[in-house]
Ligand binder design. Sequence first.
Ligand SMILES: Nc1ncnc2c1ncn2[C@@H]1O[C@H](COP(=O)(O)OP(=O)(O)O)[C@@H](O)[C@H]1O
Ligand SMILES: [Mg+2]
Length: 264
Amino acid sequence: MNTQPLLEVQNLSLNRDGRAILQNVNLRVYPGQVHALLGINGSGKSSLAYALMGCAGYQPDSGRIWFDGQEITGLPIDERARLGLTLAWQEPARFEGLPVGSYLSLGMDRPHDAALSKTDRERVQAALAAVNMPAKTYLRRSVDATLSGGERKRIELAAVYAMRPRLAILDEPDSGIDTLSLDDIRALLRRMAQNGTAVLLITHRDEMAAAADMASIMCLGTILFTGETTAAQAFYRNGCQPHLAALGEQPWNGVIQPIKELAR
Ligand SMILES: Nc1ncnc2c1ncn2[C@@H]1O[C@H](COP(=O)(O)OP(=O)(O)O)[C@@H](O)[C@H]1O
Ligand SMILES: [Mg+2]
């Protein structure tokens, strides 16, 4: 491919408490593409997402990250966000009390004190429709504890959709979502790509990767394979999943401290 990658990760490594969490990760995500990052639980996918965003505690020990030709390895999280990088968390945060409509327009490129224009309103409504949430029911509802986990997760996805960042890192977008089918989520990802957002789709389900243009396999903190989605899915089905079935939750159980919260 001749196009310059939007995101380029070179030999990224991250150690915590004396053990390697990420080891020599190399990854390229191209503009307008959906790139799946497939890996079993505990393989390092979320850690890579946090390192890419520049989250506290995830500054790499070595390696470099480039975004749109600019090195961002040392940049703080807000500057990366300004450049167009966004992360939708595996466990989304709550912004207590804000109406859903206002929450969705937060990330949109518009003056914050101005009333929503007709186009902005349509964009917010399209975002809710994209996650199967009727605007009538949800637009004025508060983002608070009365929303279910699945609803919060869908609102978070809708917010990324409305924001149209240059790169959206979606960490297990299907986890905990009750009413969106796999087809719905795959359609949402394709629509994001059509709107000009490249997507790094983090998942442990190979059927999710079907929406991707390319896929990489993560194992033990490194990327073992990058290529055509169907080839990556086959690699995952024939390699990673049997490994998981044979050896339990993580292939390194017992070797390295097992982490309970990874079971979800
Ligand atoms: N801040 C941290 N300190 C120590 N260990 C961590 C930290 N973050 C992640 N890990 C460990 O790194 C490994 C990969 O975790 P994670 O990135 O959450 O995997 P995945 O998202 O693929 O399930 C796990 O063993 C996890 O416990
Ligand atoms: Mg994770």
